[in-house]
Write a protein that binds this ligand. Structure first.
Ligand SMILES: [Fe+2]
Length: 200
């Protein structure tokens, strides 16, 4: 079964019943909206890409244990009958450059399934958009630069932080090159803070 925005909405509404899920749901909605706009601009399936953004952190459902949320989300959607194209985003969204060590916040505990999956997966354009939008959204949409500062200040600097930052910049440049005027031209309200960095 392929995910749609309507199906993603059902999953989020069900999860919303538990108040502990609300922060990640709010973040996922922000990622989904941002991703849909970018997908539309570059000729990808906007509905599907928004749906991927809406569920990418669903592995955080009903748990505070987030280290394995990527694996849990993939398992959850797969068990519900969603196809690989719909469920893979749960695993791919945190990792850049087909590398499970290219992640914000330091190395994760080793997991062979995750390592093999990320190394061998062909990232679709839709999945790459979610990688980028996860780096442009907290509970609200922000600039990539603000979000990178947010991640470093909250998660700290780790041995892989420079590597992750460089790959993140490459990813942003990749999508900037696909949109005339760059991706920020799609979000005219992004600079309402007149360049001030929001740390909160
Ligand atoms: Fe996320």
């Amino acid at each position: 079964m392929r995910l749609t925005k309507a199906l993603a909405e059902e999953l989020l509404l069900e999860a919303w019943q538990n108040p502990m899920n609300r922060p990640w749901i709010t973040h996922c909605r922000s990622v989904g909206k941002t991703a849909g706009v970018i997908a539309e601009a570059i000729g990808e399936d906007a509905d599907f890409t928004e749906a991927l953004g809406m569920v990418h952190d669903i592995g955080k459902k009903d748990t505070k244990e987030v280290v394995f949320h990527d694996l849990l989300g993939y398992e959850y959607l797969t068990k519900l009958g969603y196809d690989e194209a719909s469920a893979a985003v749960c695993l791919t969204h945190s990792y850049l450059n087909n590398d499970d060590t290219c992640v914000a916040g330091g190395y994760l505990p080793e997991n062979k399934f995750r390592t093999d999956f990320i190394r061998n997966h062909h990232y679709t354009e839709c999945e790459k958009i979610i990688n980028l939008c996860d780096l442009m959204c907290k509970d609200i949409q922000m600039t990539f630069e603000e979000r990178m500062i947010d991640l470093i200040t909250r998660k700290g600097v780790h041995p892989n932080s420079a590597y992750h930052l460089m790959e993140a910049v490459k990813l942003k440049n990749y999508f900037d090159s696909k949109v005339p005027g760059g991706i920020y031209s799609l979000f005219p309200d992004l600079h309402l803070m007149n360049g001030a960095i929001r740390i909160f």
